[in-house]
Design a protein around this ligand. Structure first.
Ligand SMILES: Nc1ncnc2c1ncn2[C@@H]1O[C@H](COP(=O)(O)OP(=O)(O)OP(=O)(O)O)[C@@H](O)[C@H]1O
Length: 540
């Protein structure tokens, strides 16, 4: 009975929220108890509990009241498990993945490749945990594959670019490494653990990309909170952590921040950051040199693997295959994965479905373009780091003008700082105007939301006020969605900014509008035609 009531609520909630929100926050909730006057839900951890309590509980309660017809019904949310138990449950889930409506064609998990030795499915006993945290700087060794000549090894070492993570080392049969028990990294009692074979890890982490250097705002608070949780509890509930969003918005910075924080807490942790293209290049090289087993061993031996811009795997089937097995092995071993992409996992084209669905197993969080206040705060922070005095009005001016992304904002500030150095001037608003004349002229040519609203209202013969109103009739709602979608495509405004320009709507409404119009353009010729005409008109 209790489960049935919750299932009914779930159905309604699934319709009420975008899939990403539903999958991230509501689906992980379990029903502990449900009477007609009380529903008790279990969240997998405090982070989910707090987030759901803050953002969704009211809505869940409303649905529960509607279903039970009991206006005094209450909904409570509690934390279900301790982290270790949650992790164990997660490992179990990985072995038998839950069947979801859209995932019924996902093939069963395999943790082995034909060429690789099987990855044992071990419980998290002490010995297993210790090989999750081996000493990083100890000399490590690797057994070369039988067919390889010493020349091949030299060639491979020499051809390895310096920023590569994967580097094959001299052969040494077996080493004894000094290991620190993971339970107490501060008061370490070193002990010896035999480790067969090994590779030297190069983290590639940028020490400047820390949590302290990251400015929090509405646009990134969810991603930041999730990243901090992962740094607190690597390999725990949020595995993989998938951060997605447009260019230059701080995805790489955040993933490095997790790595830096993990290293700060445990200097022996093996953290490897790399761009997905590097993973592909390493794999190709390993294949050429018949060293694919070493490649596999390298990437499966890390404590945390951070792969940037995963969309570059598109169309690279062999790399996807290899990454698929690495992914499974790491997850099974309780090692942390952090991935970034320029779009939501399901929207990445050219990547196999089984990979895409796995990307969503942990936590998927967006980063949006920062709103004005955050842009100002970022400028202030960057100026402080550069030891430059940036007056408030100058920071506001620059932040108002450069809305596209943080990288461009930072680039503009760097130009101003360089100019100030060369000319000996102090930074003021007029000085910025002069220094960035060309860039600002370009920005001014960009389409504004006002302009889009005017053109769309004209095109559909409705009033601008209708676009901003609460009216939901199709004749108004559809043009409004078109205008929102055009605003997202043609301006640099964030979703919250667009939402607020359309009568104070929530950013999720804008996101929904963009997705709706995208799918309608594929299925309805009229909408596709309208959109094309409007685009042409606005960008002429
Ligand atoms: N919230 C923030 N606080 C401070 N700096 C930020 C913030 N967001 C982004 N940055 C800075 O902006 C620059 C670009 O960020 P980053 O490289 O992480 O973007 P990205 O989203 O990974 O972009 P891409 O998709 O192009 O790789 C970096 O210098 C980063 O430090």
């Amino acid at each position: 009975m209790s489960e049935a009531l919750w299932q009914r609520c779930l159905q309604e909630l699934q319709e009420a929220f975008p899939a990403q929100q539903f999958n991230t926050w509501i689906r992980p909730l379990r029903c502990a108890e449900s009477q007609s006057d009380q529903l008790v839900l279990l969240a997998p951890n405090r982070f989910v509990k707090d987030w759901v309590s803050d953002k969704y509980l009211q809505h869940i309660r409303q649905i529960f009241v509607d279903i039970t017809q009991n206006v005094s019904a209450e909904v409570l949310i509690e934390i279900s498990q301790q982290p270790s138990a949650a992790l164990a449950a997660r490992v179990a889930t990985r072995i038998t993945p839950p069947v979801r409506a859209q995932e019924t064609d996902v093939e069963p998990l395999s943790f082995q490749t034909p060429a690789a030795p099987p990855v044992p499915s071990q419980p998290l006993t002490e010995s297993r945990v210790t090989d999750v945290y081996p000493a990083q700087e100890s000399v490590t060794a690797l057994n070369p594959p039988p067919q390889q000549s010493p020349e091949d090894w030299t060639q491979l070492r020499q051809s390895e670019p310096s920023n590569s993570s994967f580097a094959l080392l001299e052969a040494e049969p077996q080493l004894e490494l000094e290991m620190a028990p993971v339970e107490d990294t501060r008061r370490r009692k070193p002990r010896k653990v035999d480790v067969e074979g090994g590779v030297k890890h190069q983290s590639n982490l940028n020490p400047a990309f820390t949590f302290q250097a990251f400015v929090q705002g509405k646009s990134n608070q969810l991603a930041l909170a999730a990243a901090q949780q992962v740094a607190d509890n690597p390999g725990g509930g949020y595995n993989p952590l998938f951060i997605y969003g447009g260019v230059g918005l701080g995805k790489t910075h955040l993933m490095h921040a997790v790595g830096c924080e993990m290293l700060r807490r445990n200097p022996n942790a093996k953290i490897v950051y790399l761009h997905s293209e590097r993973f592909v290049a390493d794999m190709v090289k390993a294949l050429q040199l018949n060293a694919i087993n070493d490649f596999k061993r390298y990437y499966r031996s890390v404590d945390a693997l951070l792969i940037d811009d995963i969309q570059f795997f598109a169309g690279k089937e062999r790399s996807q295959e290899e990454f698929f097995h690495t992914f499974n092995a790491l997850l099974e071993g309780g090692q942390q994965l952090i991935l970034t992409s320029d779009r939501y996992p399901k929207e990445i084209t050219g990547v196999e479905e089984r990979l895409k669905s796995r990307f969503g197993w942990g936590l998927t969080v967006p980063i949006e373009p920062p709103e004005l206040e955050t842009r100002v705060a970022i400028l202030m922070k960057k100026a402080e780091e550069a030891r430059i005095r940036l007056p408030d009005d100058a920071a506001f001016f620059l932040a108002q003008k450069i809305r596209s992304n943080v990288r461009e904002l930072e680039g503009a500030l760097k130009r101003v700082i360089a100019n100030a150095h060369f000319t000996g001037n102090s930074i003021t608003t007029p000085f910025i105007k002069e220094s960035l004349k060309d860039l600002l002229a370009l920005q001014d040519k960009q389409v504004s939301i006002d302009n889009i609203q005017r053109v769309v209202a004209d095109y559909y013969k409705i009033k601008i006020a209708d676009l901003l109103s609460k009216r939901r009739s199709r004749s108004v709602a559809r043009p409004r969605q078109v205008a929102m979608s055009l605003s997202k495509e043609l301006t640099n405004h964030s979703l919250p900014e667009i939402g607020s320009a359309f009568g104070g709507r929530d950013h999720t409404t804008v996101l929904h509008a963009c997705r709706k119009i995208k799918s309608l353009r594929e299925t309805e010729a009229d909408i596709a035609e309208d959109y094309k005409n409007l685009l042409r008109h606005l960008t002429a």
